[in-house]
Design a protein around this ligand. Structure first.
Ligand SMILES: N[C@@H](CCC[C@H](N)C(=O)O)C(=O)O
Length: 279
Protein backbone atom coordinates (compact mmCIF):
# COMPACT_ATOMS: atom_id res chain seq x y z
CA UNK A 1 0.00 0.00 0.00
CA UNK A 2 1.24 3.49 -0.87
CA UNK A 3 2.26 5.54 2.18
CA UNK A 4 0.40 8.80 2.88
CA UNK A 5 2.60 11.71 1.83
CA UNK A 6 3.44 14.44 4.37
CA UNK A 7 1.06 17.39 3.91
CA UNK A 8 1.81 19.86 1.14
CA UNK A 9 0.02 22.99 -0.01
CA UNK A 10 -1.51 25.99 1.69
CA UNK A 11 -2.42 25.58 5.38
CA UNK A 12 -5.87 26.61 6.60
CA UNK A 13 -7.76 26.47 9.86
CA UNK A 14 -11.46 25.63 10.24
CA UNK A 15 -13.27 27.34 13.14
CA UNK A 16 -16.79 28.28 14.15
CA UNK A 17 -18.42 30.77 16.46
CA UNK A 18 -21.86 29.65 17.63
CA UNK A 19 -22.11 27.47 14.51
CA UNK A 20 -21.23 30.27 12.05
CA UNK A 21 -18.32 28.48 10.35
CA UNK A 22 -15.16 29.75 8.72
CA UNK A 23 -12.07 28.82 6.80
CA UNK A 24 -9.18 30.97 7.95
CA UNK A 25 -6.13 31.63 5.78
CA UNK A 26 -3.12 33.24 7.42
CA UNK A 27 -1.38 35.31 4.73
CA UNK A 28 0.78 37.34 7.07
CA UNK A 29 4.27 37.65 5.58
CA UNK A 30 3.14 36.72 2.05
CA UNK A 31 0.83 37.85 -0.74
CA UNK A 32 -2.91 37.28 -0.08
CA UNK A 33 -4.30 34.42 -2.16
CA UNK A 34 -8.08 34.74 -2.06
CA UNK A 35 -9.94 35.47 -5.28
CA UNK A 36 -13.73 35.32 -5.79
CA UNK A 37 -13.21 32.02 -7.66
CA UNK A 38 -11.15 30.49 -4.84
CA UNK A 39 -13.65 31.62 -2.16
CA UNK A 40 -16.59 30.14 -4.08
CA UNK A 41 -14.77 26.84 -4.81
CA UNK A 42 -13.51 26.44 -1.25
CA UNK A 43 -16.91 27.39 0.14
CA UNK A 44 -18.58 24.50 -1.70
CA UNK A 45 -19.48 21.95 1.01
CA UNK A 46 -19.18 19.03 -1.45
CA UNK A 47 -16.25 19.94 -3.69
CA UNK A 48 -14.35 22.26 -1.34
CA UNK A 49 -14.07 22.56 2.44
CA UNK A 50 -17.31 24.44 3.06
CA UNK A 51 -17.84 27.55 5.17
CA UNK A 52 -20.20 30.45 5.73
CA UNK A 53 -17.30 32.92 5.39
CA UNK A 54 -13.63 32.81 4.56
CA UNK A 55 -11.39 35.15 6.59
CA UNK A 56 -7.93 35.97 5.29
CA UNK A 57 -5.43 37.45 7.74
CA UNK A 58 -3.02 40.00 6.30
CA UNK A 59 -0.17 42.08 7.71
CA UNK A 60 -1.13 45.47 9.12
CA UNK A 61 0.52 48.73 10.02
CA UNK A 62 -0.68 50.22 13.30
CA UNK A 63 -2.69 47.13 14.27
CA UNK A 64 -1.96 43.48 15.03
CA UNK A 65 -3.36 42.26 11.70
CA UNK A 66 -5.83 43.02 8.93
CA UNK A 67 -8.86 40.87 8.06
CA UNK A 68 -10.68 40.43 4.75
CA UNK A 69 -13.98 38.51 4.60
CA UNK A 70 -15.58 36.55 1.76
CA UNK A 71 -18.98 34.86 1.55
CA UNK A 72 -19.28 31.33 0.18
CA UNK A 73 -20.70 32.62 -3.14
CA UNK A 74 -17.35 34.40 -3.71
CA UNK A 75 -18.61 37.89 -2.79
CA UNK A 76 -16.84 40.19 -0.32
CA UNK A 77 -18.31 41.04 3.09
CA UNK A 78 -17.35 44.29 4.79
CA UNK A 79 -17.76 42.86 8.28
CA UNK A 80 -18.06 39.50 9.98
CA UNK A 81 -18.39 39.55 13.74
CA UNK A 82 -18.07 35.85 14.46
CA UNK A 83 -15.06 35.36 12.15
CA UNK A 84 -13.48 38.40 13.82
CA UNK A 85 -13.89 36.72 17.21
CA UNK A 86 -12.48 33.41 15.92
CA UNK A 87 -9.40 35.00 14.33
CA UNK A 88 -8.87 37.22 17.39
CA UNK A 89 -8.94 34.09 19.55
CA UNK A 90 -6.26 32.43 17.37
CA UNK A 91 -4.02 35.49 17.24
CA UNK A 92 -4.39 36.24 20.97
CA UNK A 93 -3.41 32.63 21.74
CA UNK A 94 -0.39 32.94 19.41
CA UNK A 95 0.74 36.22 20.95
CA UNK A 96 -0.01 35.16 24.54
CA UNK A 97 -2.25 38.22 24.99
CA UNK A 98 -5.86 38.88 25.95
CA UNK A 99 -6.54 41.69 23.50
CA UNK A 100 -5.83 42.57 19.87
CA UNK A 101 -6.61 45.38 17.42
CA UNK A 102 -7.19 44.63 13.76
CA UNK A 103 -8.00 46.46 10.53
CA UNK A 104 -11.15 45.72 8.53
CA UNK A 105 -12.95 47.42 5.64
CA UNK A 106 -14.90 49.49 8.17
CA UNK A 107 -11.91 50.56 10.26
CA UNK A 108 -9.85 49.29 13.18
CA UNK A 109 -11.71 47.03 15.62
CA UNK A 110 -10.72 45.62 19.00
CA UNK A 111 -11.23 42.20 20.54
CA UNK A 112 -10.61 40.82 24.02
CA UNK A 113 -10.80 37.49 25.83
CA UNK A 114 -13.09 37.64 28.86
CA UNK A 115 -12.30 35.95 32.16
CA UNK A 116 -14.86 33.22 31.31
CA UNK A 117 -12.95 32.40 28.09
CA UNK A 118 -15.54 33.88 25.72
CA UNK A 119 -14.23 36.28 23.09
CA UNK A 120 -15.67 39.79 22.64
CA UNK A 121 -15.30 42.09 19.66
CA UNK A 122 -16.18 45.76 19.44
CA UNK A 123 -17.99 45.98 16.10
CA UNK A 124 -17.97 49.80 16.20
CA UNK A 125 -20.85 52.24 16.11
CA UNK A 126 -24.00 51.23 14.24
CA UNK A 127 -24.37 53.02 10.92
CA UNK A 128 -27.72 54.74 10.92
CA UNK A 129 -27.17 56.87 7.82
CA UNK A 130 -27.07 53.66 5.75
CA UNK A 131 -23.62 54.24 4.40
CA UNK A 132 -24.63 56.19 1.33
CA UNK A 133 -27.10 53.58 0.09
CA UNK A 134 -30.13 55.43 -1.36
CA UNK A 135 -33.29 54.52 0.52
CA UNK A 136 -36.83 55.71 -0.05
CA UNK A 137 -36.98 57.03 3.52
CA UNK A 138 -33.42 57.87 4.53
CA UNK A 139 -34.63 59.82 7.56
CA UNK A 140 -36.43 56.84 9.05
CA UNK A 141 -34.31 53.73 8.70
CA UNK A 142 -36.05 52.19 11.64
CA UNK A 143 -39.29 51.82 9.65
CA UNK A 144 -38.48 50.80 6.09
CA UNK A 145 -41.29 50.88 3.53
CA UNK A 146 -41.41 47.08 3.27
CA UNK A 147 -44.32 44.95 4.54
CA UNK A 148 -43.49 43.73 8.05
CA UNK A 149 -42.01 47.11 9.10
CA UNK A 150 -38.32 46.11 9.20
CA UNK A 151 -35.46 48.32 10.43
CA UNK A 152 -32.19 48.93 8.57
CA UNK A 153 -28.95 48.96 10.53
CA UNK A 154 -25.42 48.93 9.12
CA UNK A 155 -22.60 47.31 11.08
CA UNK A 156 -20.02 47.63 8.30
CA UNK A 157 -22.47 45.49 6.30
CA UNK A 158 -26.20 45.95 5.75
CA UNK A 159 -28.92 44.33 7.86
CA UNK A 160 -32.69 44.36 7.49
CA UNK A 161 -34.27 43.38 10.82
CA UNK A 162 -37.86 42.22 11.20
CA UNK A 163 -39.46 41.97 14.66
CA UNK A 164 -42.07 39.22 14.58
CA UNK A 165 -44.24 37.39 17.13
CA UNK A 166 -42.57 34.04 16.46
CA UNK A 167 -39.24 33.87 14.61
CA UNK A 168 -39.58 30.06 14.49
CA UNK A 169 -42.65 30.33 12.29
CA UNK A 170 -40.93 32.29 9.50
CA UNK A 171 -40.19 30.55 6.20
CA UNK A 172 -36.61 31.84 6.33
CA UNK A 173 -35.43 30.34 3.04
CA UNK A 174 -38.28 31.96 1.14
CA UNK A 175 -38.50 35.32 2.93
CA UNK A 176 -34.74 35.75 3.37
CA UNK A 177 -33.96 35.17 -0.30
CA UNK A 178 -36.69 37.63 -1.28
CA UNK A 179 -35.57 40.46 1.04
CA UNK A 180 -31.82 39.92 0.34
CA UNK A 181 -32.38 41.30 -3.17
CA UNK A 182 -35.18 43.79 -2.45
CA UNK A 183 -34.73 46.90 -4.64
CA UNK A 184 -34.26 49.06 -1.53
CA UNK A 185 -30.88 47.37 -1.08
CA UNK A 186 -28.77 47.92 -4.21
CA UNK A 187 -25.89 46.00 -2.62
CA UNK A 188 -28.29 43.34 -1.22
CA UNK A 189 -28.71 42.81 2.52
CA UNK A 190 -28.49 40.34 5.37
CA UNK A 191 -31.94 39.58 6.82
CA UNK A 192 -32.82 38.92 10.46
CA UNK A 193 -36.10 37.80 12.08
CA UNK A 194 -36.29 38.32 15.82
CA UNK A 195 -38.88 37.88 18.55
CA UNK A 196 -38.76 39.02 22.14
CA UNK A 197 -38.63 36.00 24.48
CA UNK A 198 -38.04 37.79 27.79
CA UNK A 199 -36.71 41.04 29.20
CA UNK A 200 -33.63 41.93 27.11
CA UNK A 201 -33.67 38.50 25.44
CA UNK A 202 -34.47 37.75 21.80
CA UNK A 203 -34.71 34.70 19.55
CA UNK A 204 -33.12 35.51 16.20
CA UNK A 205 -32.84 33.65 12.89
CA UNK A 206 -30.77 34.87 10.00
CA UNK A 207 -30.48 34.74 6.22
CA UNK A 208 -27.03 36.02 5.24
CA UNK A 209 -26.30 37.92 2.05
CA UNK A 210 -24.06 35.81 -0.18
CA UNK A 211 -24.44 32.72 2.01
CA UNK A 212 -28.09 31.92 2.87
CA UNK A 213 -29.31 30.51 6.18
CA UNK A 214 -26.56 30.30 8.81
CA UNK A 215 -26.64 29.17 12.43
CA UNK A 216 -25.50 32.57 13.69
CA UNK A 217 -24.45 36.01 12.44
CA UNK A 218 -22.53 38.29 14.78
CA UNK A 219 -23.06 41.54 12.91
CA UNK A 220 -26.72 40.55 12.50
CA UNK A 221 -27.03 40.04 16.25
CA UNK A 222 -25.51 43.52 16.78
CA UNK A 223 -27.88 45.10 14.25
CA UNK A 224 -30.88 43.35 15.84
CA UNK A 225 -29.89 44.49 19.33
CA UNK A 226 -29.44 48.09 18.13
CA UNK A 227 -32.80 48.09 16.34
CA UNK A 228 -34.53 46.50 19.36
CA UNK A 229 -33.14 49.19 21.63
CA UNK A 230 -33.98 52.07 19.28
CA UNK A 231 -37.54 50.77 18.95
CA UNK A 232 -37.90 50.63 22.73
CA UNK A 233 -38.10 46.82 22.88
CA UNK A 234 -34.95 46.20 24.95
CA UNK A 235 -32.12 47.83 26.87
CA UNK A 236 -28.57 48.27 25.57
CA UNK A 237 -27.40 44.88 26.89
CA UNK A 238 -29.27 41.96 25.35
CA UNK A 239 -28.89 38.22 24.92
CA UNK A 240 -29.75 36.65 21.56
CA UNK A 241 -30.53 32.97 21.09
CA UNK A 242 -29.58 31.89 17.57
CA UNK A 243 -29.85 28.49 15.89
CA UNK A 244 -26.21 27.71 16.76
CA UNK A 245 -25.82 29.27 20.19
CA UNK A 246 -26.09 32.39 22.29
CA UNK A 247 -24.47 35.79 21.72
CA UNK A 248 -24.38 38.69 24.15
CA UNK A 249 -24.61 42.22 22.81
CA UNK A 250 -23.63 45.27 24.80
CA UNK A 251 -24.10 48.64 23.08
CA UNK A 252 -21.60 50.85 24.90
CA UNK A 253 -20.46 54.42 24.28
CA UNK A 254 -17.43 53.15 22.33
CA UNK A 255 -19.36 50.75 20.05
CA UNK A 256 -21.44 47.58 19.92
CA UNK A 257 -19.64 44.73 21.71
CA UNK A 258 -20.53 41.17 20.78
CA UNK A 259 -19.45 38.21 22.95
CA UNK A 260 -19.71 34.48 22.36
CA UNK A 261 -17.97 31.14 22.01
CA UNK A 262 -15.28 30.17 19.51
CA UNK A 263 -14.05 26.70 18.54
CA UNK A 264 -11.13 25.44 16.44
CA UNK A 265 -12.32 22.38 14.55
CA UNK A 266 -9.44 21.17 12.36
CA UNK A 267 -6.40 22.26 10.43
CA UNK A 268 -5.74 21.22 6.84
CA UNK A 269 -3.83 21.93 3.66
CA UNK A 270 -5.28 23.09 0.37
CA UNK A 271 -3.86 21.01 -2.45
CA UNK A 272 -1.67 23.01 -4.87
CA UNK A 273 -3.74 21.76 -7.82
CA UNK A 274 -6.97 22.99 -6.15
CA UNK A 275 -5.39 26.43 -5.65
CA UNK A 276 -4.08 26.52 -9.22
CA UNK A 277 -7.50 25.58 -10.63
CA UNK A 278 -9.24 28.44 -8.79
CA UNK A 279 -6.57 31.19 -8.81
N1 LIG B 1 -21.52 35.89 9.64
C1 LIG B 1 -21.13 37.23 9.71
C2 LIG B 1 -21.58 38.19 8.67
C3 LIG B 1 -21.16 37.78 7.28
C4 LIG B 1 -21.23 38.82 6.20
C5 LIG B 1 -22.48 38.85 5.41
N2 LIG B 1 -22.91 37.63 4.83
C6 LIG B 1 -22.41 40.00 4.40
O1 LIG B 1 -22.29 39.80 3.17
O2 LIG B 1 -22.52 41.14 4.85
C7 LIG B 1 -21.06 37.80 11.09
O3 LIG B 1 -20.83 37.02 12.04
O4 LIG B 1 -21.14 39.01 11.26
Amino acid sequence: MRQMQPPQGLPFIKMHGAGNDFVILDSRGRQPVTTPALAAALGDRHRGVGFDQLAEIRDAEGADFTLDFWNNDGSRAGACGNASRCVADLVMAGLGRDSVRFGTARGTLAATRRADGLVSVNMGAPILDWDGVPLAEPSDLLHLPIPGDPAAVGMGNPHCVFFVDDAEAIDLAREGAKIEHHPLFPRATNVEYASLTGPDRLRMRVWERGTGITLACGSGACATAVAAHLRGLAGRHVVLDLDGGTLEIDWRDDGVWMTGPTARVFDGWLAPEFLAAHA
